[in-house]
Design a protein around this ligand. Structure first.
Ligand SMILES: Nc1ncnc2c1ncn2[C@@H]1O[C@H](COP(=O)(O)OP(=O)(O)OP(=O)(O)O)[C@@H](O)[C@H]1O
Length: 581
């Protein structure tokens, strides 16, 4: 879809409101021009001291135009902004749907700061495109034509002068402004995004950067990006100034031109003397139409760029499972000949994997870093659709199951699960939105966090800080585990819950996990062999060089039973288990 089509598709439902805003804008500017023209006539005519009755119509018209201008301008702003905010709402929802479709596995190639800029500043640029770009252009075009027609009817040469003046200011000034700022405008959105990304990286990595004394280098980069953006804005402001200068010069020439064609016409008797003031003063109001046009042209260019960036969100890879509509019942979670590849990767991480998580069994999965344990978890949870093979739950392929019902049954508790900058209660309620405080404490007690929460002055209302910055790593891990337990899934996939914890804390957490997952189907992914004491089956993934991947530096995983010989599979990769009970 082209950017224009994308834009048309988000704006089309509000077309009636946008047209109404344009019409109201035309009437408002028409009133402004009418006010100037009628006032000019009134002043000239009044200088002749006619009976006041002769002026009544003009006086009423001046009042009507004056009131109409204000009321209509207000109505135009109201209707226009109402329409535009609706478009913005739709644009944000669309951006969100695109991100949701791609998340989480499809967002690997994006940067948080850039995405943030797209869903905030780029969406705002669409607002400017409509309110400060398209609407003023449409209003000035239509009102300009009407004004030229009226002046032509009074004196054709005066109409021609106004036409030339308005065209110069309405086309020449924006064109000059755009030519001067073309390069700057092209670089504006990427530069703004780059600055946001740098600032975001600095803020999120501040602790590490401080520890490594690398903040100066980052600040230097931010200063450079800021300088780049400032330079772009300066060039943009300069071009706006040039545009305004061209428009003002065109206005001065037009007024002079009207005098030059009007005075001889009065002398010849082709024009009444009182109308000369109308010819001379009307351009002053008419040019108010074209003064915003250089800025409008810039908003068009920026808005188009923003629309291109927002439209591109639809092109993000969508590696998740395409869900169906069948309700998920409890049963065995199986992977059959599963091959999984991350978006954009040259080779799959897992090939021909077979795995059964039978109801009530606790299975431990161990293997070296990078061997594909988290990738398997992502495939089992539906974040990555199989490239080949299938994942089934209760015998039904994931692609046939309804996502929400599957998510109620199978929950992933990862090593870096997000802790929201909210209270303990709010973080827990994500697992079960209607949970009572008693249920929350029950889940917290099962991971031995209840006593700590009860000791806090605010109890469940204790704020945990951004990414859990105000609680310890162990408390954070227990909190996300409590959240997963609260969801009460049939199958719990725990991806290295003891990562980032010291030995004793990790031992204590594993002990709690063992208690809390009694009788629940559980896949425990871990690096530590000692974590596997309480599981029923152990799967081991080891890395070795395979004939199809002979490079000594690149390793491909082979799934082997603990202590057993590697099993073979068509792809030379398989998974099998050592049953402990
Ligand atoms: N989000 C991602 N996008 C692209 N490739 C990824 C992504 N996550 C993992 N990979 C690739 O998959 C390979 C396996 O990673 P994975 O995280 O599954 O290993 P792991 O066994 O869980 O490692 P660890 O024990 O260190 O967590 C990695 O080498 C990496 O190249």
């Amino acid at each position: 879809m082209t950017t224009f089509r994308w834009l048309a598709s988000v704006a089309r439902p509000e077309l009636n409101r946008l047209v109404a805003a344009a019409v109201l804008g035309m009437l408002a500017t028409g009133c402004a021009i009418g006010l100037m023209a009628t006032s000019a006539w009134l002043i000239s005519r009044a200088a002749e001291h006619p009976p006041v009755l002769y002026l009544t119509v003009a006086i009423v018209a001046v009042r009507a135009f004056g009131i109409g201008r204000g009321v209509l301008r207000y109505a135009e702003r109201l209707v226009g902004h109402d329409a535009v905010f609706r478009v913005l709402g739709r644009t944000r929802v669309r951006a969100w749907i695109d991100l949701d479709r791609a998340a989480p596995a499809g967002l690997g190639g994006t940067r948080a700061g850039d995405l943030l800029t797209r869903v905030t500043r780029d969406v705002d640029a669409i607002q400017d495109l409509l309110v400060r770009g398209l609407l003023p252009i449409a209003v000035s075009l239509l009102t300009g034509i009407a004004t030229v027609a009226v002046l032509t009817a009074i004196l054709p040469a005066a109409g021609a002068v106004l036409l030339i003046g308005l065209s110069t200011a309405g086309l020449g000034a924006p064109a000059a402004s755009l030519v001067l700022s073309a390069r700057a405008e092209r670089r504006f959105a990427p530069a703004r995004s780059a600055l946001t990304t740098e600032v975001h990286e600095l803020l999120t990595g501040l602790a590490d950067l401080t520890a490594y004394r690398a903040t100066d280098e980052r600040l230097h980069r931010i200063r450079q990006q800021d300088g780049r953006l400032t330079g772009i804005l300066r060039r943009s402001a300069f071009s706006t100034g040039v545009g305004a200068a061209v428009a003002n010069a065109a206005l001065a020439c037009t007024v002079t031109g009207e005098i030059l064609v009007g005075v001889p016409a009065v002398r010849d008797g082709r024009l009444a003397g009182v109308v000369l003031a109308v010819l001379v003063l009307t351009p002053l109001a008419a040019f108010e139409l074209v003064t915003p046009l250089p800025a409008a042209a810039r908003h068009l260019v920026r808005g188009r760029q923003a629309a291109t960036r927002l439209r591109a969100l639809a092109d993000l890879p969508s590696p998740s499972v395409c869900w169906g509509s069948e309700s998920a019942d409890s049963g065995t979670l199986s992977a059959q000949h599963l091959t999984v590849r991350w978006p954009g990767a040259s080779a799959p991480v897992l090939t021909g994997v077979d795995l059964d998580l039978r109801p009530g069994r606790r299975v431990g999965l161990i293997g070296p870093s990078g061997s594909g344990k988290s990738t398997l978890a992502a495939a089992l949870i539906g974040f990555l659709a199989p490239e080949a093979g299938r994942v089934t739950f209760g015998g039904t392929e994931l692609a046939s199951l309804e996502e929400a019902s599957y998510r109620r049954q199978v929950v992933l508790c990862g090593q870096d699960d997000h802790v929201f900058d909210a209270t303990v209660r709010e973080n827990l309620l994500i697992g079960k939105p209607d949970a009572t405080d008693d249920q929350l404490f029950d889940a917290l007690d099962r991971v031995r966090l209840g006593a700590w929460v009860r000791r806090q002055p605010n109890g469940l209302g204790t704020a945990v800080g951004e990414r859990g910055a105000r609680i310890s790593g162990g408390e954070r891990q227990r909190l996300v585990l409590a959240r997963a337990l609260l969801a009460d899934p049939a199958v719990l996939v725990l991806d290295e819950p003891t990562a980032h914890l010291d030995g004793p804390t990790a031992d204590a957490l594993i002990h709690d996990i063992t208690d809390a997952t009694e009788g629940r189907t559980t896949l425990l992914i871990t690096h530590r062999h000692r974590d596997l004491d309480a599981v029923d089956d152990i799967l081991e993934i080891s890395c070795t060089n395979s004939p199809e991947n002979p490079s000594p530096t690149r390793k491909s995983p082979i799934w082997t039973p603990t202590g057993a010989r590697p099993t073979t599979s068509p792809s030379a990769r398989s998974i099998s288990s050592a049953t402990r009970s």
